[in-house]
Design a protein around this ligand. Structure first.
Ligand code: NAP
Length: 259
């Protein structure tokens, strides 16, 4: 299928590894020129070079913390005009409800709610002027079904989801299409960190922790960044213009719900 976005320009935040990289690769395969971002410059440049070599698209790499005001300013200054925005950042740490104080919540809200909102606020006006834009926010399965130990994530991502629900409908008349992608467990460094925590807490190997988690998923495995990226590229495509303000789960059936 031709996604109809060859020659468009996309910013993919937090994209040197994992799900962000999966989105970047799939957009590049569709002929989209990229601005990539992560904090670590070395891994970011390695990813940028690999994508240039594989897909022949233009890739600008900006090493910065996307959750800081300075970081966002640096990325936006280098990015230029953009047709597509993929919002992503690291997730907050796990814990118990009583672990967290105001500062922890402010940090989580900054990273996983206010950062994507700031980038949408900065970039959507020009998309509206041009009559075309796509925004995909990487959130989490925890928006539909809470993950008890990820209270900070549950809170921040649900806040973003509420904002998107209204905003997507305000910008759709101008050709700007905003949706959220909700990952369940995917095989990335983040999953390794979560499984490492379980392995320590339960005194089992990391492989056993992984196998135990996979056994709870109807697909009996973790998702891949490639599968995730393919859905992201579709939502950023010409074909997705009638999908507005949706929350799309990619979780191998892990969320036990009818709708
Ligand atoms: P990952 O494999 O750990 O990759 C994270 C990527 O984001 C790296 O490129 C990292 O590079 C970059 N990054 C992290 N913090 C950043 C920041 N402040 N500014 C710029 N770049 C940053 O994580 P992932 O599994 O792809 O997860 C992506 C998001 O999906 C996270 O919010 C995660 O909580 C959420 N999620 C993941 C899963 C899963 O199973 N993987 C499930 C549900 C939700 P640097 O470290 O160099 O900055």
């Amino acid at each position: 299928m031709d996604l109809g976005i060859k020659g468009r320009r996309a910013l993919v935040c937090a994209s040197s590894k994992g799900l962000g990289r999966g989105c970047a690769e799939a957009l590049a395969e569709a002929g989209v020129d990229l601005v990539l971002n992560a904090r670590g410059a070395e891994a970011l440049e390695t990813t940028a070079e690999a994508i240039r070599a594989a897909h022949g698209v233009s890739v600008t790499a900006v090493a910065a913390d996307i959750t800081s005001e300075d970081g966002r300013a640096a990325v936006l200054a280098k990015a230029g005009d953009l047709d597509i925005l993929v919002n992503n950042a690291g997730g907050p740490p796990p814990g118990l409800w009583s672990d967290w104080g105001r500062e922890d919540f402010i940090a989580a809200l900054d990273a996983n709610m206010l950062t994507p909102i700031a980038l949408m606020t900065a970039l959507m006006p020009k998309m509206i002027d041009r009559g075309w834009g796509r925004v995909v926010n990487i959130t989490s399965q925890s928006v539909k079904a809470p993950i008890p130990q990820l209270g900070l994530s549950n809170a921040a991502r649900t806040g973003l989801t509420g904002y998107v629900a209204g905003t997507a409908r305000q910008v759709a008349p101008f050709g700007v299409i905003v949706n959220n992608l909700l990952p369940g467990i995917h095989a990335t460094d983040r999953a390794d960190a979560l499984d490492g925590g379980v392995s320590q807490k339960e005194g089992i190997s990391i492989n056993q922790a992984r196998a135990n988690r996979a056994a709870t998923i109807p697909a009996r495995r973790y998702g891949t960044a490639e599968e995730f990226g393919a859905m992201c590229a579709f939502l950023c495509s010409e074909r997705a213009g009638f999908i507005v303000g949706q929350n799309i789960l990619l979780d191998g059936g892990g969320t036990n719900a009818t709708i």
